[in-house]
Design a binder for this molecule. Sequence first.
Ligand code: PLP
Length: 386
Amino acid sequence: MESLLSYRSRFPIIERSVYLINHSLGAMPAGTQDRLRDYAETWATRGIRSWEEGWWEMPLRIGDKLARLMGASPGSVVMHPNVSVCQSLILSCLDLRGRRNRIVYESLNFPSVKYIYEAHARAAGARIVEVPSDDGVTIDTERMIEAIDDETLLVPISHVIFRSGYLQDVAAIVGKAHRVGALVVLDVYQSVGALPFSLTELGVDFATGGSVKWLCGGPGAGFLYIRPDLIGQLEPAATGWAAHREPFAFADQMDYSPDVHRFLNGTPAIPALYAAETGYDTILEVGVERIRANSIRQTTRLIEMALARGWRVNSPLDPAQRGGSVVIDLPRGAEIVRQLASRDILVDYRPGAGLRVGPHFFNTDDEIDTLVTAIDSLLSRQGSQA
Ligand SMILES: Cc1ncc(COP(=O)(O)O)c(C=O)c1O
């Protein structure tokens, strides 16, 4: 088995920078450039035949790779451009006008997801229940469970909270939701590629995510998982010809495909799928268990160094409750991030949270130390200027 550090040569950007921003835009594998060249070559030389020679089935073939990464069965995942589209597509399968129309989620849910539910609630009269967080970092699972009742239709939650890295107890939430007849949508954007999990074992009804972060797959390749036994029961209103049983019949009436194709809509974003595949292959090759073990070691190292300096850590200290990123609240954090970038140390900043750091399997412990030393020097400069 290759050592994790041997993968460094596959990621060009880490020769030029300390790349600790994989929770935001995962580093591009060098092989992606070849795949994008393949795309152009295929289009240029095979033209219209490209559809039947692979393009048409790509949203499902690529989806099956992700299914392997997420412990889901083949034929349960389709590709879409992003999470926002997928969440809207899920909502378009459901009737929000009945008595069971409560939508329960955590206040720390990803804003785009909240915007979608709030807009649908306004338009269709559904009721939103937002479960607050006491500390802006975690969500009390008991509170989530209490908020889910027999009028709850949907529980769309994040697996790992984007602004704190808190890992939710999904099994407990699904347990309650299913006891009262509600469906759970799990947004795995911040967990897929960073930690092992099984959608089948968790029992969620839907999942959404994308490739921009830990999957190192770049923008434009989002995905939607549907629990296999639900597939045939749902008829998305956000649909299109690619969801038809016989798309090339161009029939006047919709007749949904019996399988997961029914969750497609229009022409798939083929270049984004080419761009994403090398990232998935690399994560499959490395293995999420190894990625997780390395991440726990490096994020723990970072947290210990931060606490030793008296910095406030806005992420769970217990690794079992933490995803792949660590948030550190520092005075003038946005300015520190800018200064770090000018030294080619890349992290990001989220208002109300702090400086976010996301090491991936190809990062070294030395890079964590370089970041901390650079922050030390910027803070001492701030101190001497104050
Ligand atoms: C938890 C979570 N969900 C969703 C997204 C992105 O959503 P979309 O794919 O619609 O851009 C992000 C990315 O920033 C995220 O962290």
